[in-house]
Each structure stands twice: as structure tokens, then as C-alpha cells.
Design a protein around this ligand. Structure first.
Ligand code: S3P
Ligand code: PEP
Length: 426
């Protein structure tokens, strides 16, 4: 049903930052205190994994902060069988981290990860001296044997993936020599920012990232996680598209490698006001004010894609309601996310009468498309598709059912109840 977005809200803490903060807190010496830590299925998996590694962590009952007692890079595991439970981010980050531990662990994946290739990172880790033993095919499960005598490498990055880069950085933190990443294009940089905050020595200079592992000693820290821009994105697009909307989102993370959606909106003739910017934390944040606006088409180039990587379903919906034809180039890697995010988006949008053409590596979305329900839709267990379809439902009067809606629990379990608080009729 058509509602306007009105009022003020905050979104849960950033999932990408929280994953890294847990890993760094677990590796560090001393206590780490994480404020604005938001539980989701993905983060529960990470917490469980580190508890399996013997790391003590708990939620402080009054502040709700996550408290981690650092292991000082020495785990005392309860089990050597670790389940990644389909968390894509964890696959690379944990492979990198376990590479530095002289012990053998078995990593299993889940229905999506069991089909997601990890060859790119695996080759790099093998070059550094990590033992990798595939237990069945080219995918998980995998046996990984780390070492405290890894050699740093030079990696000419051919895939613009923050996950591969981050896996390599974690593996390099305790190596015997430096690692250089000659990057193809920038990707989200939370690993570099947070690892340095905990005491690592990672230098980003133009297009070279250098990890200097000499005597790495990570020290536990206090940090506050900003609101997750990728969760805020649903309300940003929701309010832009819904008539008479006026919504303020407070304390949203504004790391420049995450907020490509704001540039896309600008290219489409829209404007989001940013106020109360703050750099007084590890990661920048601020408030966003969104009003309903008319948008036009744009072309989103390959260099922008890493900065909008999780917002592609939403951008497709937004483009279908703008004037003209929008192109998003080089989305090849998005096919690998979840259960082939691009194909599933295309199939489900078509059930709402929205045509999106998928070419070799790009997608094309015609503008001014009328949404009309042809069939009930399905999230395909992809949280971002599920939430995008909720935003689409607010643009028409005809109700439809979203099957497997519970996928939203992967990143934002309170999405629907939070949204209802800022939706008003008329
Ligand atoms: O490093 C990260 O935390 C992430 C990187 C991105 O994946 P890629 O590195 O595969 O682009 C993104 O899509 C994912 O949600 C989280
Ligand atoms: C694709 C995502 O994450 P992952 O790579 O961890 O599955 C996402 O959060 O949208």
C-alpha cells in the first residue's frame, strides 16, 4: 500500500564494521568494547564462531555493548570445525585470519557458500605458505592449516573485492615480510581503517596498500559502530520514491567507500541533505534528510560498482521509476553473491511488471515503468532482495506476498517494525 515516510529514525550498527571489530577484538591483547553492536543472523554466526575458537565475549546488560576479552592471537578452541553459515564476508575474513594461526581448522559453508568459489583468495594464501585442503570439490568445506612463518606477497588485484582484499590483509598482519596490494580500484576500506585503529601498520598510498607486519601487536579498543549505510539505503530509496515523504536518518555511517548510492542519486538529479557530520569516531557518520524527488536515468560505471555493491537491487527499483534508461556496468561479481543476486532480482522484478535486461556484464533498466502485480514474489533467501521488494510494495495499492521474507533477519531483523514507525497514510 502507498504510504509516505515521515519522521526520524536510526538504523542498526554497520554489519561490515562489526564483523571486523569482532575479529580484531578477538585477536588483540586486552578488552574491546563495541557500542551500537546490532545482532543479526550474520553477526550471530560470527559471535558463535569466535566462541567456538574459545574467545570470551558477552553483551553488557546495561549498555548493551559487546565486550570481547582478546586472545592475544592465541586461541583455545572448543572445536576445530567452524561453520560459516552462508556469511560471505566471513569466508574471506576468517580464511585470512586462520592463516596466521599454526593449527588446522575445517570450514564449512551452507547452501550459498558451498557454491561460491574462493580460488582467488586461496591462491594468494597458498603463495604465502598457508596449507589448504579442499575436502570435496572447488568449494567449501575446506581444511586450512595456518602458520606463524608466512611470507608477504605482492598482489596485483584483478577483482575489485573488499572481501578478497580483507582476507589477504588479515593473513598479512603477522607475516614475516610486508604484503603489497596493487589495487585495481578502491573498495570498502573498513579493514584498513579498523586494523590501524587496533594498532596495525597498513598504509594506503594512491593505488598501493602496504601491510607492514613487523611486530604487529593489536591492542583492545573502545569503538562505536555507526548506522549501517546499506540498511539506511532502503529507507533512502523508499522516501525518495514515496510521495510527500520527509525522513531523517540519524547517525548513519558515511565512509566514502560505502556511500556510492548518494552519488548515484545526485547523477539522477536528486539531492540528499547531510547534516551533523562527525569524524570524532573511527568511522565518519552523520544525519541524512530525504524528501520525495523526481529522478532521471544515469550510467553507473565499473569504478562506482564497489561503492554500491550491496545497493544494486535498490538502484534497479529506483531506476525503473525514474525517466530514461539506466545502465549499471560490470556487475559480474554480483552474480556470485547470495544465490545469484542479479538473476533473482530480474526474475522477481518481472513478477511486478518491471523489466530489467541482463547483458554479459551489465544491467539495463528502462524508466517510467508501471508496477503491476503479476504474481507473488520470492526473496530467494536474499535479505537485500527481500527488503527491496518491501520498498516496492509501498509504491502500489495492490498487495502481494513476499515468500521467504525471513531472509531479512540476515542483516536487519527489525526492518519491518522499524519501517512501520515512519510510514503514514496520505
Ligand atoms: O568486505 C565486506 O564486508 C563486503 C564486501 C562486499 O563484497 P565483495 O567483496 O564480494 O564485493 C559486499 O558485497 C559484502 O556485503 C560485504
Ligand atoms: C552480499 C552480502 O554479503 P555477503 O557477501 O556476506 O553474503 C550482503 O550483505 O549484501
Amino acid at each position: 500500500m502507498k504510504y509516505r515516510f515521515q519522521g526520524e529514525m536510526t538504523v542498526p550498527g554497520d554489519k561490515s564494521i562489526a564483523h571486523r571489530a569482532i575479529i580484531l577484538g578477538a585477536l588483540a591483547k586486552g578488552v574491546t568494547q563495541i557500542s551500537n553492536f546490532s545482532f543479526s543472523e550474520d553477526l550471530s554466526t560470527t559471535v558463535k564462531l569466535f566462541q567456538d575458537l574459545g574467545v570470551k565475549m558477552h553483551i553488557e546488560p546495561t549498555t548493551k555493548d559487546m565486550i570481547i576479552k582478546g586472545s592475544n592471537h592465541e586461541f583455545n578452541p572448543i572445536t576445530h570445525n567452524l561453520n560459516l553459515n552462508n556469511v560471505g564476508e566471513l569466508q574471506s575474513l576468517i580464511m585470512g585470519m586462520l592463516s596466521t594461526i599454526p593449527d588446522t581448522y575445517t570450514l564449512s559453508g551452507g547452501k550459498f557458500l558451498d557454491k561460491r568459489p574462493f580460488d582467488n583468495l586461496a591462491l594468494l594464501l597458498t603463495d604465502m605458505g598457508v596449507g589448504l585442503n579442499r575436502l570435496s570439490s572447488d568449494y567449501l568445506p575446506l581444511e586450512i592449516t595456518g602458520s606463524n612463518k608466512l611470507q608477504g606477497i605482492t598482489y596485483q588485484q584483478d577483482i575489485a573485492s573488499a572481501q578478497i582484499k580483507s582476507g589477504l590483509i588479515f593473513a598479512s598482519l603477522y607475516a614475516d615480510s610486508k604484503t603489497e596490494i596493487l589495487r585495481k580500484m578502491p573498495t570498502r576500506n573498513h579493514t584498513e581503517v579498523l586494523a590501524n585503529y587496533f594498532g596495525a601498520d597498513i598504509v594506503t598510498d594512491q593505488n598501493v596498500i602496504t601491510v607492514n607486519p613487523k611486530n604487529t601487536q593489536l591492542i583492545g579498543q573502545n569503538l562505536t559502530i555507526p548506522g549501517d549505510f546499506s540498511s539506511a539505503a532502503f529507507y533512502i530509496v523508499g522516501a525518495l520514491l514515496a510521495e510527500n515523504s520527509h525522513l531523517v536518518l540519524r547517525h548513519v555511517g558515511l565512509n566514502s567507500t560505502r556511500i556510492g548510492l548518494l552519488d548515484v542519486i545526485k547523477q539522477m538529479g536528486g539531492n540528499i541533505e547531510i547534516t551533523n557530520r562527525s569524524n570524532n569516531s573511527v568511522e565518519p557518520f552523520g544525519d541524512l534528510t530525504i524528501v520525495n524527488q523526481k529522478l532521471h536515468s544515469t550510467t553507473i560505471g565499473a569504478k562506482q560498482v564497489p561503492f554500491i555493491i550491496d545497493e544494486i537491487p535498490l538502484i534497479a527499483l529506483m531506476a525503473s521509476q525514474a525517466s530514461g534508461e539506466t545502465i549499471i556496468e560490470d556487475v559480474h561479481d554480483v552474480h556470485l553473491q547470495m544465490s545469484d543476486r542479479i538473476t533473482n532480482m530480474r526474475v522477481e522484478l518481472a513478477k511486478l511488471g518491471i523489466i530489467m535486461t541482463v547483458n554479459d556484464d551489465s544491467i539495463v533498466i528502462k524508466g517510467n515503468q508501471t508496477i503491476h502485480v503479476k504474481d507473488d514474489v520470492d526473496s530467494h533467501d536474499d535479505h537485500r532482495i527481500a527488503m527491496m521488494l518491501c520498498i516496492a510494495s509501498n509504491l502500489i495499492d495492490t498487495p502481494f506476498q513476499i515468500k521467504n521474507i525471513e531472509a531479512i533477519d540476515i542483516s536487519y531483523p527489525d526492518f519491518i517494525s522499524d519501517m512501520k514507525k515512519v510510514l503514514f497514510a496520505g
